[in-house]
Ligand binder design. Structure first.
Ligand code: HEM
Length: 293
């Protein structure tokens, strides 16, 4: 089992997500050829980290996961804008990131159309749009392997990707006093745990599902600004889609749980579940196969 190498690299200074929809009458073999050529080019590019996922039903042998999105809690909702292909690219330089996005479109235009594109990147030393330190617990390779990779079976080495785009209400959050903001997150702006944070604090809700400390999922999201809107492109990788169900229900407050206070200030506007096949699913592009003696 050889996973996609990009899964082991947290987003760099710049990151982007492209969500693409399959055109009508495209055979699966044609899509696989296009994605294989794209993946080969991007994954061979030094300094660029790529993760490519497909709608799970496009992968023969993939189990049909129970419907994850849309998901509703008493006070908030995670919508579904499920599409067919999701590509996340990350780099330390903007030039390389833009090149990668251009290559995504150039390769895929015969079979896919761009539905959503989000560009963003690190704020300061790694803060979210509310000014809080994020991505504090960088996962080790071993943690990624344990939490994010399907361990065995036909899909060994694959990874389930959850994508949710959140719009943040900076004005509303900014009206809270600094201490109240920290009680919403459950950490200080610089990342220290707030010991007496309420049960509705994001950290408590995220940990209630067992997902704390890179246990059930690996977070690979990034903040973005686009058209006057700021938010978080939440992307994560997990070995099992049921873990997402647990985590999302803990945030939404499903089944009598306390809803996450952060969701009063962040609205999920799009989302989907994708499956990143193992490296070997992408076959060598035809031209290279021919060139091989
Ligand atoms: C707008 C949406 C969100 C914002 C602004 C946000 C922000 C944050 C921040 C600031 C932290 C603390 C810094 C850190 O531990 O790296 C954090 C931790 C975390 N978040 Fe979120 N998050 C959001 C959505 C989500 C979602 C949708 C999930 C799960 C599906 C999630 C799961 C987690 C987990 C597991 C942790 C780490 C808890 C720990 O190990 O202590 N977050 N988030």
């Amino acid at each position: 089992m050889r996973p996609q190498e990009g899964l082991f690299h947290s987003p760099g200074a710049f990151s982007a997500v492209a969500v693409l929809r399959l055109s009508r009458n495209v055979a699966l073999s044609q899509l696989r050829d296009v994605l294989s050529t794209l993946y080969a080019e991007l994954s061979a590019t030094e300094g660029l980290h790529t993760v490519l996922g497909l709608q799970p039903t496009l992968l023969p042998g993939a189990p049909a996961p129970s419907a994850l999105l849309p998901r509703q809690g008493p006070t908030a909702r995670f919508p579904s804008t499920q599409s067919h292909v999701l590509v996340q690219v990350s780099a330390e330089g903007r030039e390389l990131l833009l090149w990668a996005l251009r290559r995504v479109l150039a390769h895929s235009k015969a079979v896919l159309s761009l539905e959503e594109e989000v560009l963003g990147g690190r704020i300061g030393e790694g803060r979210d749009a509310f000014g809080f330190r994020d991505g504090l617990l960088r996962p080790t390779r071993e943690q990624v392997r344990r939490a994010a990779l399907v361990p065995s079976g036909a899909l060994a080495g694959a990874s389930w990707l959850l994508y949710l785009r959140f719009q943040k209400d900076l004005e509303r959050f900014g009206r809270l006093k600094p201490q109240a903001q920290e009680r919403v997150v459950g950490r200080t702006r610089d990342g220290e745990l707030v010991t007496d944070a309420p049960a509705e604090a994001h950290i408590h809700r995220a940990r209630a599902s067992g997902a704390g400390e890179n246990q059930l999922l690996i977070r690979r999201g990034f903040p973005f600004r686009h058209g006057g809107e700021e938010g978080l492109a939440f992307v994560s990788a997990s070995a099992d889609p049921d873990y997402y169900q647990r985590s999302l229900d803990a945030l939404l407050g499903v089944g009598g749980q306390t809803p996450d206070a952060l969701l009063r200030y962040a609205l999920a506007v799009s989302g989907g579940l994708y499956l990143a096949p193992p490296h070997d699913w992408f076959h060598a592009p035809a031209s290279r196969q021919e060139a091989t003696p």
